[in-house]
Design a protein around this ligand. Sequence first.
Ligand code: SF4
Length: 349
Amino acid sequence: MSWYRQHPRVLPWKSTKDPYIIWLSEIILQQTRVAQGTPYFLAFTKAFPSVHDLANAPQDEVMRLWEGLGYYSRARNLHTAAKYISRELDGVFPDTYQTILKLKGVGPYTAAAIASFAYDLPHAVVDGNVYRVLSRYFGIETPIDTSTGKKTFAELADQILDREDPASYNQAIMNFGSMQCVPKNPDCGKCPLQSACRAFEMQKVTQLPIKSKKIKRKDRYFYFLLCFNEAGEIAINRRGAGDIWQGLYQFPLFELEQAMNLEDIVETLKLPKELEVLSISKTYKQILTHQTIYARFIEVEQKQKSPEILSSDAVWKLPSALVDIAFPKVVNRFIEDRFDAAGYSPGLF
Ligand code: SF4
């Protein structure tokens, strides 16, 4: 706490006790760095100053503002929870840990953060920073990603919580983890906790915290069809449930088991003769938590109306309209390369 008073961090959501604003910031910052999340926080609070504004917004508008932040289920859950608070609770934000935890998309960490920051309730937050500080300071070698580890750290965090001022305490330990006890090469020489730090004493700073599982990523090969009609419009469709990027738009997609050259792709996909293949883009790569996406874009021209290969939910948009539509990041990167600011520059490849 004394270190925190000397190292305050001024952030736009730290000067408020408004649970709606605190909730927005916590959801936006999950799995996101502060520098990346801040512009999104400012855009959301500007577009939706109250929970009713967010609840009444069309889903497309919410997704569009979220675009580029990843983990899109967070945006959908945020919208669902806003509708619940606005319509079922008359806009009154829940004010206990248990009722906050019931909100869609809110887990124990976020519930503890909102309960302590907005209502000064004695709930300890345990995020990645807290795991790191506690495992190092107390020299705990239990893996943090096991149920035993989660229980051990949650109990410890609760024991050492400052019940008089849980909001400052929670903020202090998280800031300490993000600024002093950082993941790589912390400057232990300057650390006020060094004399009692078990990891420092045992020379295990770089080994702690311990994780049991390493993430295995699956490779996926996406081939998007950039299909123009005679009016110069492009077919897009909306992604459904059960896979990444639910609710975002895309060009009609074909997924293949492995990377292929254009000839093999045309053969494998059995593209109908109504579609003339013009070109194929370079590979665009996007790394997600559990998968790596390799995306290429095949440009085709539609010689006759509606070949079956385009699903019935395809809608046609002029290139200049694409800027207002929420696409996955990898598709946006392609769009930026392919179309100029005016929306359309043919034959760019
Ligand atoms: S001494 Fe090093 S490892 Fe221990 S708490 Fe301080 S920064 Fe973290």
